[in-house]
Design a protein around this ligand. Structure first.
Ligand SMILES: Cc1cc2nc3c(=O)[nH]c(=O)nc-3n(C[C@H](O)[C@H](O)[C@H](O)COP(=O)(O)OP(=O)(O)OC[C@H]3O[C@@H](n4cnc5c(N)ncnc54)[C@H](O)[C@@H]3O)c2cc1C
Length: 479
C-alpha cells in the first residue's frame, strides 16, 4: 500500500500536535502515512522557547501551561514527562497601583471582583470604584451578545475603574490586548454563562460551581522548560520527515487532487496539508489557492511582545517581593506590562544569591520594544523595575526575546470571523485544514487541542475514517 503523504506546516505546539495525531490515526487505522513537518526556524516550539540564561533553562515565550483538561496531563505523561512536571510555588500575583504592589484580591474572575467591597478590592479601585462595582446587582446594566466587545459591557456593569485597574491588566497578561477590543465570547465565555444563571453578572459569577474536588487542573511547567514538550512531540516523528530551516513559500493544487508544497527544499506533492501557522503566513500561503480565505485570514490582528529575562544578585532587593509577579495597568509611558518573579513562581529555578525576573513589554498597539535595540530595551525595563521593586543593583545578565507576531487579538467579532474561516476551509476543493492560536484559544493547551482537531478533520476529509481520539472532539478551548 502506498503510504499517504501528509504535510504539516509549522512546528509550534499546534503543528506538532497535529502531526502526532496524524501518525496516531494512521497507526490505529492501519493505513500507512508519512507525515512531513516543515518549519521555518532551526528548532521546534514556535512561541515556546527555552534557553540557557546564566546556567538555567528559562522559558522566553510561554512559561506556564494552564491545564483544564485532564487528558492534557495524560498526553504529557504519554510523552514521558511525568518526572519533568512542576507546579508553581505560588500563583498569587499583584497589580502595580498608586506606586505600590497590591495583591490581586481573592475571588476575582478574570479581574471581575466578585465581592467589590472587600478591603483588597477597595485598595485597588478606591472607595468610589468599589462602591460603583458593588451596585451592579441593582443597576440596569448593558446586555451583551457573545461577540460584543468586553470593555463597554463591563464598564457599563461595574464602572470604569474596575475595568482599567483589574480586568484590563489581567486580560493584558493573557492576550496582550485591551478589554475594549476583545470579544466577550472568545476571551471570557464564563461571563456569558454567569449571565445565563442570573440577570446580575456578580450574582451569576458567585453561583459558579466550585472546581471538582481533586481535579488535576491548574498551572504546570516543565523542569527543563516548556520547549521540552515540543521536542517530545517531535520525537514521535520520523527524524527525516522533520524539515527544520525549511520555510514553505507556496501551496498549490498538484496532480489528481494532490497538493503541491513549495519550500527551500523544492516542490513536493502531498495528499493533505495542515497549515499550523499564525494567520499572516497562512494567508500568504493561501493567496493563490484560496484568495477569499486569504483575505479573511489577513483580518486577524496580532500584538507584538518582548520578554526581558533579568538575573540580579539577590542583594539587589532589601526583601524579596511576595508572590509570583505583578501586572501593570495601562498608562501613558508604561514600559513594563508584567513581571514574573521566575524563581518564586517556579521553585526549581531558585538559586542561592540570585533573583530571577522576567518582564514583558509591548502589547496591543505598542510596538516600541521592537523598534529599540537590546541595550535600550534592557535599560528601560531595568529602570522601571527599579522603581517598582526598589532594585539597588544592575542586572548580572539580561536576555531579550522579541515576539512578532506574538498573540492573536480575539477582537469583537472573532467568533463570527472564525465561523467564516471554518466554513471557507470546509468548502475548499483542496485537502487543506488550518490550526493554531489564531482560532480557538491562544493558550498552549487550546493550541494542542486545535492541532488534534485539525488533524482529525483532515483525516476524515481524506476519507480515512479512524477511531477518533477524544481530545479533538471538544469544543472551543480558551487559555
Ligand atoms: C511572550 C509569550 C508568552 C506566552 N505565554 C504563554 C503562557 O504562559 N501559557 C500559555 O499557555 N500560552 C502562552 N503564550 C501563547 C502560546 O505560547 C502560543 O499561543 C502558542 O505556543 C502558539 O502555538 P502555535 O503552534 O499555534 O503557533 P506558533 O508557536 O507561532 O508556531 C507556528 C510555527 O510556524 C512556523 N512558520 C511560520 N511561517 C512558516 C512557513 N512559511 N513555513 C514553515 N514554518 C513556518 C513558525 O516558525 C513557528 O514555529 C505566550 C505567547 C507569547 C508570545
Amino acid at each position: 500500500m502506498t503510504p499517504l503523504r501528509l504535510a504539516v506546516v509549522g512546528a509550534g505546539v499546534s503543528g506538532l500536535s497535529a502531526a502526532r495525531e496524524l501518525v496516531r490515526a494512521s497507526r490505529e487505522a492501519g493505513i500507512p502515512a508519512r507525515v512531513t513537518v516543515f518549519e521555518a526556524e532551526d528548532r521546534v516550539g514556535g512561541r515556546v522557547l527555552s534557553a540557557d540564561v546564566r546556567g538555567q533553562r528559562i522559558d522566553l515565550g510561554a512559561e506556564s501551561m494552564l491545564v483544564r483538561d485532564p487528558s492534557t496531563l495524560e498526553t504529557l505523561s504519554s510523552l514521558g514527562l511525568d518526572e519533568e512536571l512542576v507546579r508553581p510555588g505560588t500563583t498569587s500575583a499583584s497589580i502595580w497601583s498608586a506606586r505600590r504592589l497590591v495583591p490581586i484580591p481573592k475571588g476575582t474572575s478574570l479581574g471581575v471582583p466578585l465581592h467589590p467591597l472587600q478591603p483588597e478590592v477597595v485598595r485597588l479601585l478606591g472607595p468610589r470604584g468599589s462602591l460603583r462595582a458593588s451596585l451592579e446587582p441593582w443597576l440596569r446594566g448593558p446586555t451583551v451578545t457573545a461577540d460584543d466587545p468586553l470593555g463597554p459591557f463591563l464598564v457599563g456593569r461595574l464602572g470604569r475603574l474596575a475595568v482599567s485597574r483589574l480586568v484590563d491588566p489581567l486580560l493584558g497578561g493573557v492576550y496582550a490586548g485591551p478589554a475594549e477590543l476583545l470579544s466577550v465570547g472568545a476571551v471570557a465565555p464564563h461571563l456569558l454563562a454567569a449571565l445565563g444563571r442570573d440577570r446580575s453578572l456578580l450574582r451569576g459569577l458567585r453561583q459558579q460551581p466550585p472546581p471538582t474536588p481533586g481535579a488535576v487542573t491548574g498551572f504546570v511547567s516543565l523542569r527543563s522548560g516548556l520547549q521540552t514538550l515540543a521536542e517530545k512531540l517531535a520525537d514521535g516523528l520520523d527524524p527525516s520527515a522533520l524539515r527544520l530551516r525549511t520555510p514553505v513559500t507556496g501551496a498549490w493544487p498538484g496532480r489528481s487532487g494532490l497538493m503541491r508544497v513549495e519550500s527551500g527544499g523544492g516542490s513536493e506533492e502531498f495528499d493533505g496539508l495542515v497549515l499550523a501557522l499564525p494567520a499572516p503566513p497562512a494567508a500568504q500561503l493561501l493567496e493563490g489557492l484560496a484568495p477569499e480565505l486569504s483575505r479573511e485570514l489577513r483580518r486577524q490582528r496580532y500584538s507584538n511582545v518582548a520578554t526581558v529575562t533579568l538575573v540580579y544578585p539577590e542583594s539587589a532587593v532589601r526583601r524579596r517581593p511576595p508572590g509570583s509577579g505583578f501586572l501593570v495597568p495601562r498608562f501613558p509611558g508604561r514600559v513594563v506590562t508584567a513581571c514574573t518573579f521566575m524563581d518564586q513562581k517556579w521553585p526549581h529555578l531558585r538559586k542561592p544569591g540570585i533573583l530571577l525576573l522576567r518582564a514583558s513589554a509591548g502589547g496591543h498597539g505598542d510596538d516600541w520594544p521592537l523598534e529599540v535595540d537590546d541595550a535600550t530595551l534592557v535599560t528601560s525595563v531595568h529602570t522601571h523595575l527599579r522603581r517598582h521593586l526598589g532594585l539597588r543593583l544592575v542586572p548580572l545578565e539580561a536576555r531579550v526575546q522579541r515576539w512578532a507576531p506574538a498573540l492573536p487579538q480575539y477582537r469583537a467579532g472573532h467568533l463570527a470571523w472564525r465561523d467564516s474561516v471554518d466554513a471557507q476551509v470546509a468548502a475548499l476543493p483542496y485537502p487543506v485544514v488550518l490550526a493554531g492560536a489564531a482560532y480557538r484559544g491562544v493558550g498552549m493547551e487550546a493550541c494542542m487541542r486545535d492541532g488534534v482537531r485539525a488533524a482529525q478533520a483532515l483525516w476524515q476529509r481524506l476519507g480515512t475514517a479512524a477511531p477518533l481520539n477524544s481530545r479533538g472532539q471538544e469544543g472551543d478551548g480558551h487559555p
